[in-house]
Design a protein around this ligand. Structure first.
Ligand code: PLP
Length: 391
């Protein structure tokens, strides 16, 4: 008996969907991602139904393909934008700037000016220099300040160190925003992507509440909005709770602190909307051992850290990998095709790969719709960027 557990595609996709993707993929040269947009539509509906009181701002960075942006535009989504380039992308599919929030706390002056000239009136900030610059280039705009949160060790992809400030500073920035003629509008946080501990939202909401109260009591400033970021789950190996469980508990935390009269709530899902809709297809290029007696195989495939799988860094995101082979599952190292020794995805892949896997076989990386195409390098070692197809 193998110590490894096999990946059952049916745990991740309904089989008709998988067969459709597999058939579509059959004659295409690897590597590429196929995204079934009907799954995104469903995930979006789930999000809206689970949080009926919230406004969704899709985090464009997860996957900015025009097919996805158009779909979400038509479904009524708003958009969380990280750069002037993303702003171009959403405007190119006809999104109006009243549906856009500039969510990056690191921005150039000329970009803020361009956002303002195009009509964007909502900006994130977490520093005094940035806030003063926004006051000059985007006068009168709505400001929300991003706070630091805990829970970095329970998120697969933590985000709250580089971004956010301590509560005291957030409080002072919002007072300053008012003095500078901006509208102190709300607070944002991001508990970390693929956050497995729902309690992370509880402590973040508690922090938000204390800033709301202090600003009201000490400065007569009434904040109107909480932006709870992303962090909602996708179906990787080591599945976590379903979205409905997250929604129920987070709603409870919000009501505990704010009662029934909630401020405006914004969500910025990326991974949870898109990941499940995508399958990355690669091909085995080489299988070898490092000595004639080694037990461990190295499986080299034509996709790697630099062509879309950077989130395997420190084995943070564990993609389920499916192959057609039925052999016993065996320990292996899974690595990419470039001449860079950092281009190793998994040394401890807990599911193993079939021992009859052969050169030329296809590997299906499930749950790979988000943060893959966008992380793919333009031509590292001459390899082209990861291709993507939309069904
Ligand atoms: N909002 C902001 C500001 C982010 O930086 C990110 C991810 O980096 C997201 C939302 C999306 O988060 P997730 O993919 O966990 O849903």
């Amino acid at each position: 008996m193998s110590q490894f557990q096999s990946i059952d595609v049916a745990d991740y996709y309904d089989m008709d969907t998988f067969k459709r993707i597999e058939a579509f993929a059959k004659d295409k040269a690897t590597p590429f991602v196929v995204i079934d947009t009907s799954i995104i539509a469903k995930q979006y509906d789930d999000m809206v139904n689970s949080f009926p009181y919230a406004n969704v701002y899709y985090a464009v960075k997860a996957n900015p393909a025009a097919e996805i942006l158009s779909l979400l535009k038509d479904k009524g989504s708003n958009f969380d934008i990280a750069s002037i380039y993303e702003l171009d992308m959403v405007m190119n599919v006809g999104v109006t700037t009243d549906r856009v929030s500039y969510g990056n706390t690191i921005k150039k002056r000329q970009d803020v000016r361009a956002f303002y000239e195009r009509g964007v009136r909502m900006y994130a900030s977490d520093s005094e220099a940035d806030l003063r610059m926004i006051a000059e280039e985007a006068p009168g705009s709505r400001i929300y300040v991003r706070i630091l949160t805990e829970g970095t060790d329970t998120a697969d992809w933590p985000l709250s160190r580089k971004f956010g400030c301590q509560n005291e500073m957030a409080y002072e920035l919002l007072v300053l925003a008012q003095e500078l003629g901006l509208e102190p509008f709300g607070i944002s946080f991001h508990v970390g992507s693929q956050q497995r501990d729902i309690g992370a939202w509880d402590s973040a909401i508690g922090k938000v509440k204390s800033i709301f109260d202090r600003l009201r009591d000490e400065h007569n400033i009434t904040l109107k909005m909480i932006n709870m970021g992303g962090g909602f789950p996708a179906n990787y190996i080591d599945k976590t709770n379903q979205l409905g469980v997250y929604a129920e508990q987070i709603t409870h935390f919000l009501k505990e602190d704010f009662g029934d009269d909630l401020p405006q709530i914004i969500l910025e899902p990326g991974r949870s909307l898109i990941s499940n809709a995508g399958i990355l297809v690669s091909e085995v290029v080489l299988i070898s051992k490092k000595s004639y007696t080694a037990l461990e195989r190295w499986v080299f495939t034509d996709v790697g850290k630099f062509s879309g799988l950077i989130e395997t860094m420190d084995e943070a995101i564990k993609f389920p990998i499916y192959t057609d082979r039925q052999g016993e599952l065996d320990k292996c190292v899974i690595a990419g095709p470039t001449c860079d020794s950092a281009d190793i995805m998994y040394e401890h892949y807990s599911y193993g790969l079939p021992n009859d896997l052969a050169i030329g076989d296809r590997m299906y990386w499930l749950t790979a719709g988000a943060y893959t195409t966008t992380y793919s390098a333009v031509c590292f070692n001459g390899f082209p960027p990861l291709k993507d197809y939309y069904l």
